[in-house]
Structure formats: C-alpha cells, structure tokens
Design a protein around this ligand. Sequence first.
Ligand code: PGA
Length: 268
Amino acid sequence: MRKKLVVGNWKMNMTRAEALACVEGLIPLVEHATINNPHVEVGICPPYLAIDAVSHMLRGTKVAVGAQDVFWKESGAFTGRVSPQMIQEAGCTMCIVGHSETRGRFGKLEVDASTLGYFAETDETVNLKILCLIYHSITPILCVGETLAEREAGRTDSVIAAQLKGALKGIDGSEYTSGVVAYEPVWAIGTGQTCDTAEAERVCGMIRSVLAEVFDEDTAQEIRIQYGGSVKASNARDLFSQPNIDGGLVGGASLNPNEFGEIVRAAS
Ligand code: PGA
C-alpha cells in the first residue's frame, strides 16, 4: 500500500525567524493529525537559508525536510548553485525538481517576459538533477503539468508524457520506487483554481500508465503521485481519496500551520 505524502512548498516565503515560528506551531498539529495513522508522511520545503534551522527544530518529529531545487554537480565553479551534498548536510531527505516556476511556466505571469529565460529549466536539466539526487539517496519530487494554453489545445496528456519521459531518461525503475511525481497543472498553481477532482484523478492515472511504460507496472504501482495546485483544507479530502492521488504538494496553504495541519489530517 502506498503511503500518502503531503509536502509543503514554501517557495520564496518566510525569513528564518518566521520559518521557525511556523514550524513550532506545525509540530503538534502534525503529530495530532497523524497520531493514529502511520500511513501518512509529511514534509516541508523551506527556502534554502532556513533549511538548516528548520531541520534542526524538526529532528525527532514526523516531519521531513526538503529543498525546492538543487544543482546537479557535486562542487565547483557554479556561482549561486547549491549541490545535493549541501542540502543533505542541512537535513534534506527530499527535493522538488522541475517545478513549473523553475521551468519559467507561470499560471499568472508576474515576471517580465524579458527575464523568463532566467528560469528556463528543461527536461534535460530536470533529468540531470534527478540522477544526481538518486545517487545521493535524496527522494526526488518530480513536478509535471500543462499550461492553460496546452490544456485548451488538447495537449495535456502528451505534454505530461513528454515531461515524464525526458525527466526519467536513463533511470532504472528500481532506483525510482521511492521517488515521487507531482501532477501540478500550471493554471491551478497559486490561482485558487483547483483542478476538478475527477480530472486530477484521470491525469494521475495517465501518469501512472506512462510510468508503467517507462519502468514497469510494479514500479508504477509503488511510485507516489501527488496532486498540487491550490490544494486547501476544503478540497484536500476529496482529492486525496482518489485511488491514484497519493497526497499533495501544497504551496500557499502550507504557509499557515493550521491550514496545513488540516490538509495533513485530510490525508489521514
Ligand atoms: P499552490 O502551489 O498550492 O499555492 O497553488 C502549489 C505548488 O506550486 O507546488
């Protein structure tokens, strides 16, 4: 049986002091929400500079810590980048990769088009990051998802299949059984517009079929597939009760300990 996994992605929010205050509030709520349910795992991904302090505070609790991104080299002249060893040393056991925001794909565009190239991550860089994370035994959370234009053009499934195949190239199924995929429709991220539950389940089922094609059926059945995009306490239970949705990747709602605690409860 696949365990549910609820992960908060704090994005570029929270100073170190704010992060610690949030985590302090979160610990008892998560303990309470999961007390009778060992089948739920919880993680949070703070900004890099808060990871060390947050993981120190979370030591001995049920909440794991992850990074929001990583670079694929061990060390060297890569100004501004952070290596897998660095995030691991700071306490990370998981890492988000290929988030639509690092791919430069936004639901509501808030950056000037001229700076978009800065974000432009490709399936190749996502693949390199996953290979490196696996090598370091850090769980990758691979994000895939279509933009509104792609959905309206009927390209949802083909865009996602291509993202999966590109990101998982050269990886053996046995190396990805503890890996995670997050289905995050770009148009649903930070917009308040959640994907309809039936459609989210359909796409997560389609993702599982592509994983069976890339790896094999047994591996596809083991991999957790999360839904992400305006998950909140009010819609989490419905989403997480679907057979192919194994939890959520939660952005905005994870910044509020009470709301996030309720979302964890919905997974329990
Ligand atoms: P959101 O973000 O919950 O604020 O929509 C989700 C994500 O980007 O992972």
